[in-house]
Design a protein around this ligand. Structure first.
Ligand code: LIP
Length: 282
């Protein structure tokens, strides 16, 4: 059970959080069991965009559990969308699920994989659960109730200065030459502006958790999806950070780009360093 100490949110939100935590742990058991085994891999949008049987099995497990508890809710899942399900965010409570965020890590036994479960209500990111079953770290947040890791409150670093920041970024799974060039150029630009260093965990959800716990100061990426960032957006915001559209303005979950930062000032400075890439909306 997530510790809801200090949480001022409604009982119904707490019920949603408890359900998401319960199924994230069950999903995590499945991921842990298969982590060291040889995986059957298929490719999706590019030869480096991977999916395994575990991604598909775990997503079904999560959706059927939540659907059973909340039959009126809507669902967006990475693998269901890949299989042709309609990906639409409405005002209805919508669970946004990445069963294994960091699939490439999972394939390579690199221990940064996470179950990511976000709940959007009236298009507001309201509940976030991100569980790394290998390191047994459970990140949770309800809008208005703070952010936690393994029941302990977490907070962003509040860093505002790019010259004192540890930045996190990813190359991503597109191998479009122009995209790769722009992304590497963006990393170079942030380093040129004086950032202390650059890290890549290979999981958007876990990158956002690092910002939320003050381990990294800013994470930026172009080309991810709503299921990579829905849960992380609540966790970062509740940890005192900010999530924005890299071009400026509020985060648009379906727009496939994100900056998550420890402060608004740092987010804006990073935004000014980047060359932006537009992707088709989720
Ligand atoms: C991954 C993201 C990561 C990105 C990868 C991939 P997946 O999600 O979390 O940030 O760089 O290309 O999209 O596919 O492992 O769920």
């Amino acid at each position: 059970m997530a510790n809801l100490q200090g949480n001022t949110s409604s009982t119904v939100h707490q019920e949603y959080l408890s359900a998401a935590v319960e199924i994230a742990r069950k999903a995590g058991e499945e991921i842990r069991t298969t982590f060291q085994l040889k995986k059957t891999i298929e490719i999706k949008s590019s030869p480096v965009d991977l999916v395994t049987e575990t991604d598909q099995k775990v997503e079904k497990l999560i959706i059927s559990f939540l659907q059973n508890k909340f039959p009126d809710h809507s669902f967006i899942g990475e693998e269901s969308t890949e299989a042709g399900s309609h990906c639409e965010l409405t005002d209805n409570p919508t669970w946004i699920i990445d069963p294994v965020d960091g699939t490439t890590n999972f394939v390579h036994c690199f221990p940064f994989v996470a179950v990511s479960i976000g709940l959007s209500i009236n298009k507001e990111n309201s509940v976030g659960v991100i569980y790394n079953p290998i390191l047994d770290e459970m990140f949770t947040a309800i809008k208005g109730g703070g952010a936690f890791c393994n029941d302990k409150p977490i907070s962003c670093s509040k860093q505002e200065d790019i010259c004192k920041c540890l930045a996190i970024a990813e190359v991503g799974s597109s191998r479009d030459k122009a995209h790769v060039k722009t992304k590497l150029g963006n990393i170079a630009a942030v380093i040129d502006r004086g950032a202390h260093g650059l890290r890549s965990l290979g999981s958007a959800a876990l990158n956002m958790c690092q910002v939320a716990r003050g381990g990294g100061d800013v994470y930026f990426e172009h080309g991810i999806h709503c299921w990579d960032m829905a849960a992380g957006a609540v966790i970062v915001t509740e940890a005192g950070g900010t999530v924005i559209d890299p071009k400026g303005g509020p985060l648009d979950l379906m727009k496939r780009n994100v900056i998550a930062a420890s402060s608004q000032q740092l987010a804006e400075t990073i935004s000014s360093c980047l060359t932006h890439i537009e992707f088709p909306r989720d």
